[in-house]
Design a protein around this ligand. Structure first.
Ligand code: CMC
Length: 437
């Protein structure tokens, strides 16, 4: 059958300078964004691997979920601009969009809302799990363990080849993450766990489980609930970052979704990734006052000093992080509502931002404030301790992880992920008996 619109396959030719041999490689193109050279048969045909240890030039999959243009500062979920979603949508609607591909109509949204709301309770025996941790454990350590343990509680949704079971697992994760995150907080401060309430919205219910006590309900203002919901929207997905790639790689071996999300949580924990929001606040306390900013800027520029300006720079964004732009606005709204707009920490943060944006070192390297720079300040104002910040990131990112996992499992050609290496160790040598070493 002839196809009139058939486009010739674009190719990329690579030549071995030593032998003069050339190979023509197919080019893969998406709907937007730079094209990619398909090197899948490269080793078989040339006897060479490609070498890209931190994956700066490597596309690991095709995906229809999230698009980032780091130079232009654009982030879209399923084609919708993040700023528009943050302004007009809700986290639950965005979750539906990420999971199913399109915005829901009213009936679909009502149904989804009901399903997620009515699965927020966790198996009562999970409480015993929490009791096994030390009270002073980092809540991310608790989350790694407890989310992984969900696979020991929900056996009826572990068959990854059954689409309905995949969907149930996704719903369970989205519903139960706020409950588990709130429990990890309550456990650390020695307060009783608070059960979810079905009459509250997603973000509001989470704040209720964190800040209510049996003796008194938490009164949540619409501004705070909205800011929380917005933080969730902005953190919901970010294409193939370290934790999402971890989830995909774990899932490529056909591991169950709860185990894969636990792997994602572990990867997110590090200060170069999700742990940066906690690190921002710690850095601001360490700097302490505006007059010490120059000293810390000098340290950040010094190659012999491991100190980096936390909340600045991004592997992909070489422009203002669009999420940071939205949160900058929310940050002011929240601080005004709570009457802390003259918070010295915020003043320090604003001054640091101003100076860093003018400093040639940061300008030349395109190191702009990222999402973590502002989220930490908002979360602190709402009342969360810094060690909970990354937990909130994990809560929000769960929908992105599970949507990416689902997309991968549903890809007919998916195979286990297995990078190769350039070996630089000793060449073959004979074993030497202990007495002769
Ligand atoms: N402070 C000082 N210098 C920096 C910083 C920083 N925060 N970030 C990058 N640089 C310098 C770096 O030293 C290098 O300089 P040179 O070219 O002279 O050697 C140049 O900028 C490029 O840095 P890189 O390390 O090659 O960049 P990367 O893409 O590997 O790192 C990053 C990205 C986010 C890990 C890094 O910018 C960083 O450590 N930032 C601070 C931590 C942070 O805020 N992380 C949150 C990221 S956003 C949330 C998320 O996606 O999880």
């Amino acid at each position: 059958m002839s196809d009139q619109h058939h486009q010739p396959q674009k190719t990329f030719t690579i030549t071995n300078d030593e032998t003069g041999e050339s190979w023509v490689l197919p080019v893969v193109e998406g709907t937007v964004g730079p094209p990619a050279v398909d090197v899948r048969k490269f080793y078989a045909e040339t006897g060479h691997f490609t070498f890209d240890p931190s994956f700066t030039s490597t596309g690991s999959c095709k995906s229809r979920i999230t698009f980032i243009d780091g130079d232009e500062g654009i982030l879209m979920y399923r084609g919708y601009d993040i700023k528009e979603l943050a302004e007009k949508s809700t986290f639950l609607e965005v979750s539906y969009l990420l999971l199913y591909g399109d915005l829901p109509n009213k009936a679909e949204m009502d149904d989804f809302h009901h399903t997620i709301t009515y699965h927020t309770m966790v198996h009562e025996q999970i409480i015993n799990f929490f009791r096994g941790f030390r009270r002073d454990a980092h809540p991310m350590a608790v989350m790694c363990g407890v989310v992984g343990a969900l696979s020991a509680f929900y056996h009826d949704s572990l068959d990854i080849w059954d689409p309905r079971q995949r969907e149930i697992s996704a719903h369970r994760l989205l519903s139960k993450m706020p409950t588990l995150a709130a429990m990890s907080y309550k456990y650390g401060i020695g307060q009783p766990f608070i059960y979810p309430r079905n009459d509250l919205g997603y973000a509001e219910n989470f704040l209720h489980m964190c800040f209510s006590v049996p003796a008194e309900d938490y009164k949540c203002s619409p501004t705070i609930a909205r800011a929380m919901d917005r933080i969730f929207i902005l953190h919901a997905d970010h294409e193939q970052n370290a934790s999402t790639s971890t989830v995909r790689l774990a899932g490529s071996s056909q591991a169950n979704p709860f185990a894969c999300i636990a792997a994602g949580i572990a990867s997110l924990w590090g200060p170069s990734h999700g742990g940066a929001n906690q690190a921002v606040l710690e850095m601001l306390s360490e700097i302490g006052s505006k007059d010490r900013i120059p000293e810390f800027l000098e340290r950040a520029k010094d190659k012999d000093d491991s100190f980096r300006l936390m909340g600045f720079g991004h592997r992909v964004y070489k422009n203002y992080d669009p999420r940071a732009e939205v949160l900058r606005e929310s940050c002011h709204e929240v601080l005004e509502e709570l009457g802390v707009s003259d918070d010295p920490m915020l003043e320090l943060a604003m001054e640091l931002e101003r100076i860093a944006l003018e400093d040639p070192y940061f300008v030349e390297r395109k190191l702009y404030p990222n999402v973590d720079f502002y989220s930490g300040i908002i979360l602190k104002a709402i009342g969360f301790p810094p060690n909970m910040f990354t937990v909130l990131f994990a809560l929000a990112r769960t929908i992105g992880w599970i949507s990416q996992w689902k997309e991968m499992i549903e890809e007919p050609a998916h195979r286990i992920g297995r990078p190769r290496q350039v070996y630089t160790g000793p060449t073959a040598r004979p074993y030497v008996d202990m007495g002769k070493r």
